[in-house]
Each structure stands twice: as C-alpha cells, then as structure tokens.
Design a protein around this ligand. Structure first.
Ligand SMILES: *Cc1c(COP(=O)(O)O)cnc(C)c1O
Length: 392
C-alpha cells in the first residue's frame, strides 16, 4: 500500500512542518540592530513588551528568552516551591511540567476532555489537596480552556492560576484574552509558534511589583537599573538582590517579534482559511477532525490535528506519519502524553493508563502543516497526501 506509492506529482521539496513566515520588515529590523551594534536587551525589547501588552490588553508584559523561562519565573514569583503541588495537563510539551520541577515543586496531572483536548476542570477538582498551590492549564492547539470553571475553582480553593499560552497568542474566551485570566500568562515565540522570535517568551501579569520581580529574576537577580546601566546617564552600580537566572530576551529577537506581532491577525486569518479547507476536504475520511470551536470563544488555530484510529483508518498513526513523509509532507505529534516518557515514570511514578483520554489522543494524534507561510499549492498537496494515504 502506501509503502510503494509514488510521491504526489506536484511536490518538489519537502514541506517543513511549522516553518515560520518571515518577511522583509523583520529582516530589515534585525539588520538595523546589527548595524547599530546594540544586540542585547534594549529599546526593541521594551517596544516589543509594550506592543504585546497592548495586543493582549494587559498592564504588564516582560520578555524572556523562552516560554519555559516564563513558566519557571511565574511559578517562582507565585512563591511556589518544594512541598507545593501544581496541577496541569498530561497533554502538553514537557516544558510545562519541567518548569514546575525546576522550581522544586511537584507536578500533578489531571486528564483532558476527550473532545476539547483541554484539561478537564472536574478532574482538576479531584486532584486538589492541601498542598495544591496552583493550576497550570494549557490552551491546547489554541482552543481556550474552560476558564469559567477553572477560575471558579482557583478562587474557591485559593489557588494561583498560571496559563501556559504557548499555543494561544490570539485565543479569547468570552471576550477576554488568554493569559489575562490568571495571575500569569506565559507565551512562546519559538520558531513553530504563531508569532516567532527564533527563541523567545513573554510573561503577562496585572501586578506591577510582580512584573518587576520577574524582570529582576530574568537577569541574574540584579536590581532593575541593571537593564540600562550602559546608557549615557552616568555609571550605575547594580546590586544582586536575589539569585536569579539568565533569561533575558535580546533586541535581535525583539526585532523579529515586533513585526511578527504587527501581522498576527493577518496570519490568523490565513490559518483560519487553511483550517476550513482541511475541515471540508477531510469531512468524509475515516479519521477524527478537531472539534468545532465553542461559542463565544476565539480559537488561536495553532495546531490542526487528526486522530488516526488504526482499526478505523486502516493504518496505524505511526504508519500514517511515515506515509506523509514519503509524500514530502512534514507532520508533527502534539503530544505523546507526558506519562509515556521514561523520566516521568521513573521520577514521579506516572502511568499513561491513569490518564486515558490524554493517552489515547497522544497515541492517535497527527498535526498537519498550518503555517501562514503555506501557499495554496502547499495546502492542496497536504490534502492530496492525506487522501491518498487514507485511501490507497
Ligand atoms: C512550545 C511550548 C512550550 C515551551 O516554549 P519554549 O518557548 O520553547 O520554551 C511550553 N508549553 C507548550 C504547550 C508549548 O507548546
């Protein structure tokens, strides 16, 4: 079957999964940074923070060098550490729970809803103990979590809400932006994400003192004058007031992000269009499509996922992945559930069977290319490849 199929005729090059759309404006801005000689944290980072806070309609945004750093610092700034528990989803990138572990706290999993693929507030409520300090939901694929239920639970049980918004730059729930519900919203600008800086992240928060503390922790724990101590206003001594980290963003990265953010809505519109084309093309294939968006929400369209049930589709998920690659289409898996990984089994005793919804999704899911960079021809090639792999 697919093993011997020739590649689809039209495709010359391999379609790289998650390749970002880079345009002239950010190329020129990076070159301008290079020519100015100011590569590190400076005015462009400050502008990117202001622009991002305005886009998210939040008072404060602090740029860092990854979402992993954003999560780590948010957990520390929440005062969470050894002996404390943080409840999160098993269907996420490893960075979500690694950040909890880096802070010395204990991650606790609550299974996802099988349809929305987001953390199920009922399962969260079951996992709350006297040691629970925070809930760390992930707006999976760009679809907002059930924030009414999670916010209510956080209020009633006095828990900090830290949102992993790595997929959710454009996401909204009942008119409010993802990241603005919790005490902290953490974003990623990794190359495959909806806005890219190469590597990069952001924390949004409502409290000025929290923003200042995160900024300080992101640069070695040096007092805040350290950010502009090489300016022209006379030499300033810095003071180390905490043992911080090296998590600051560079102007070179912000130079990319400023222009990426300017076209965030245009890129979302393109991904919405691709999403509709996929939905129409795959409606009658023997696979499960992403659930329709819930009313009064805005989906960030980060990942378009198919669930491949071997018995129904006629081939396994892994065979599907390989067949797509043979048709020169790059695909992804988001994600094998975290308890499938040996480290978490060994260190935390996690067992995938305890989280059956995340386990099934992790074993069946495939992410198709969804970048705004895709041409109409690329989209046709993805559709043709999926149809051929499932029907040959
Ligand atoms: C990408 C991602 C992260 C990590 O982001 P980095 O910027 O690469 O550190 C965290 N959580 C989720 C859900 C992600 O997809």
């Amino acid at each position: 079957m697919a093993m011997t199929a020739s590649p689809i005729r039209s495709r010359e090059n391999f379609l790289v999964f998650g390749a970002p759309l880079i345009e002239d404006a950010e190329i020129r801005e990076v070159v301008a940074s290079m020519e100015s000689g100011w590569l590190g944290t400076g005015p462009k980072v400050a502008r990117f923070e202001r622009d991002f806070a305005a886009y998210k309609n939040v008072p404060h945004a602090v740029a860092v060098n990854s979402c992993t750093a954003a999560l780590h610092l948010s957990i520390l700034a929440a005062g969470i550490g050894p002996g404390d528990e943080v409840i999160t989803t098993p269907l996420t990138f490893c960075a979500t729970v690694n950040a909890v572990l880096h802070a010395g706290a204990t991650p606790v999993l609550a299974d996802v809803d099988p349809v929305t693929m987001n953390i199920d507030p009922k399962r969260v409520a079951e996992r709350v103990t006297p040691r629970t300090r925070a809930i760390l939901p992930v707006h999976f694929a760009g679809r907002p979590c059930d924030m009414d239920a999670l916010c209510e639970l956080a209020t009633v049980r006095d828990l900090t809400l830290i949102e992993d918004c790595a997929h959710a730059i454009e996401t909204e729930y009942r008119g409010r932006k993802a990241g603005a519900f919790g005490a902290f919203g953490c974003f990623s600008f990794y190359v495959t994400k909806n806005v890219v800086t190469g590597e990069g992240g952001m924390v949004v928060t409502k409290a000025e003192d929290t923003a200042a503390r995160i900024k300080m922790l992101a640069l070695h724990g040096m007092s805040k004058d350290a950010w502009n101590r090489f300016g022209d206003e006379g030499y300033k001594h810095y003071q180390v007031v905490e043992c911080g980290f090296k998590y600051n963003m560079m102007d070179l990265q912000a130079a990319i992000g400023i222009h990426q953010l300017e076209r965030v809505e245009r890129c979302l519109a393109r991904r919405e269009q691709i999403w509709r084309l996929y939905d129409e093309a795959f409606a009658n294939l023997p696979v499960e499509l992403p659930a329709p968006s819930a009313p009064d929400t805005r989906h960030g369209r980060h990942l378009y996922t198919l669930l491949i049930d071997g018995a129904r589709a006629g081939l396994s998920r892994d065979a599907f992945l390989n067949a797509m690659n043979r048709h020169k289409i790059g695909v992804g898996v988001h994600y094998l559930s975290l308890p499938e990984h040996p480290y978490y089994q060994r260190a935390l005793g996690w067992d995938p069977e305890v989280y059956p919804n995340a386990m099934r999704i992790g074993r069946q899911t495939v992410s198709l290319p969804l970048s705004a960079k895709l041409t109409d021809g690329d989209v046709d090639d993805v559709i043709e490849a999926v149809e051929r792999v499932l029907t040959e």
